[in-house]
Design a protein. Structure first.
Length: 225
């Protein structure tokens, strides 16, 4: 990698950072993607072998829309790069009891958005899943089209495809600042200097370490999926 100037530098190669770099490159931007430890590493919010992808979010309809769109994009991507094994359509079974407000709100949201689902009452739940000890008054939501994403390998596949498309990816420390002529400031020996037009941080729990000054005296932000 020899360039030192990019349209956008994306910091953090987890799920959000990888897809951000991927979409920016598709939009014609020159992109540098950075992560000190590699894509979907053990420190990342999107690390780990697997993640459930579901559509039930209680009354949070916007999250149901987000998740449904996300699953469609993941499946289309896996087909395009010939990696269908990175999604397992196991379905998702959500257990509830009585008039659970979150679960009953999920039923309304799923119906409104048009997500396939079944409500399994106690007797049907016992019949279909005798290996599960169903409590009295228990019931469940069955989402047949949801399932499991192989998280780490999926994110790594996005980064690999972004690199094939022209994204520069680096596992090292960079100093991101605009060069000021005559400033006399030197780049640390173990780092390289890069001059972005725009920087986009997807560093998750590492955000406070990436930008110590803005976060000084504040709580470290938590990573989110």
């Amino acid at each position: 990698m020899t360039k030192t100037s990019y349209d956008v530098v994306v910091i953090g190669a987890g799920c959000f950072g990888a897809w951000t770099a991927w979409h920016l490159r598709k939009a014609g931007r020159s992109v540098l993607l950075l992560d000190r430890y590699g894509p979907a590493n053990a420190r990342a919010s999107s690390g780990g072998e697997s993640r459930i992808i579901r559509m039930s979010y209680g009354p949070g309809e916007v999250y149901t829309h987000f998740s449904n769109r996300s699953l469609g994009q993941w499946k289309a991507f896996f087909a395009a790069v010939s990696r269908p094994e990175l999604f397992h359509g196991t379905g998702v079974l959500w257990m509830a009891k009585g008039e659970d407000p979150t679960a009953t709100a999920s039923l309304r949201t799923l119906a409104k958005v048009g997500i396939p689902f079944e409500r399994l009452e106690e007797s049907e739940l016992r019949r279909r899943y005798p290996q599960i000890q169903t409590v009295s008054g228990g019931w469940a939501i069955w989402e047949p089209e949801s399932g499991v994403l192989m998280a780490k390998r999926a994110v790594q596949a996005v980064v690999a495809d972004a690199v094939r498309a022209g994204v520069d990816y680096a596992v090292r420390t960079f100093v991101l600042r605009r060069a000021r002529p005559g400033s006399g400031r030197s780049t640390p020996p173990a780092a390289r200097r890069c001059e972005p037009i725009t920087s986009c941080s997807r560093a998750g729990p590492g955000l406070a370490r990436s930008y110590p000054r803005p976060w000084r005296g504040a709580s470290s932000p938590r990573g989110s999926r």
